[in-house]
Write a protein that binds this ligand. Structure first.
Ligand SMILES: Nc1ncnc2c1ncn2[C@@H]1O[C@H](COP(=O)(O)OP(=O)(O)OP(=O)(O)O)[C@@H](O)[C@H]1O
Length: 270
């Protein structure tokens, strides 16, 4: 359970997060939608302690998140990140990339020489099995496709045994078919393991298709929080002010999202 209360963050004069309140259940697949600069990445960085908020509280399973805990490898952290560009170590095998997720708790010497206990290797292989990549365990990280790299990113996050996986635009650099496959794995793992997922996305159609709950962030404030079938063109415009994209009406109609509003063309030619 993640509890965010009154979260605020500014960079200089720019208020990037304004009083964000959010709670996320174990096993919930939450999509955060919002335009560029809305504060989505900053929100995730505050949750994993990478960025110190100015005000507010974040607790994961009752334990307050503190930036000071970040550098302490001996402690297993409750958050795992998935990045847009996968961030794999290219010269390492797929398996070793996943084992990076097990490094918390290992001695510095063991970590330095990559001496992983057999049970960690077993666990990493099990994580690779969940994304159907066990057969690529010994392949180098740069010799697999972008979609496979992101599946390894998911396995690495899973290997950390986190309470929450924070995915920052995990499919932004993938083609639509691969993006759907990757989101499918992420959602399935969320449901099967009871790990909460907070997934920043740009694409309304993926949010409608995969999100169990959608939070719309606009200019640092939550402007929508609800199930994807409540997204309407009006709400999408609230999240993306000034957006002129008649395609959104089609997406909502096609996906069976809401409904009365979606049936109104947004603009000529919609
Ligand atoms: N370290 C930083 N120093 C100063 N300003 C920052 C820093 N990180 C982010 N910002 C600013 O904060 C605002 C929100 O950034 P953030 O990356 O959280 O938005 P976002 O919604 O994730 O955008 P995108 O979808 O483009 O990644 C932006 O104006 C950005 O320039």
């Amino acid at each position: 359970m993640i509890e965010i209360k009154g979260l605020a963050k500014s960079y200089g004069d720019r208020r990037v997060l304004k009083q964000v309140d959010l709670s996320v259940r174990a096993g919930e697949f939450l999509v955060v939608l919002g335009p560029s600069g809305a504060g989505k990445s900053t929100l995730l960085r505050c949750v994993n302690g990478l960025v110190k908020s100015d005000r507010g509280e974040i607790a994961i399973d009752g334990r307050t998140v503190r930036t000071a805990d970040l550098g302490r490898r001996e402690e297993r952290r409750p958050t795992a990140m998935i990045f847009q560009h996968h961030n794999l170590v290219k010269r390492l095998s797929v398996l070793k990339n996943v084992l990076v997720g097990r490094m918390a708790g290992m001695s510095s010497l063991m970590a330095l020489f990559q001496l992983f206990p057999a049970r960690d290797v077993e666990q990493a292989l099990a994580c690779l099995r969940r994304v159907e990549l066990e057969h690529k365990a010994q392949v180098r990280g740069d010799q697999i496709s972008g979609g496979e790299q992101q599946r390894v990113g998911i396995a690495r996050a899973l290997a950390q045994e986190p309470a929450v996986i924070l995915a920052d635009e995990p499919v932004a650099s993938l083609d639509p078919k691969t993006a759907r496959i990757v989101l499918g794995y992420l959602k399935r793992i969320c449901k099967e393991t009871d790990i909460a997922v907070i997934c920043n996305l740009h694409q309304v159609d993926y949010a409608v298709e995969f999100g169990e709950r959608v939070v719309g962030l606009s200019d640092g404030a939550v402007v929508f929080d609800g199930p994807p079938d409540r997204l309407s063109t009006e709400i999408v415009h609230r999240i993306y002010p000034g957006l002129e994209d008649p395609g959104i009406a089609r997406v909502l109609r096609f996906q069976g999202g809401s409904h009365a509003a979606a049936d109104q063309p947004l603009a000529a030619g919609a």
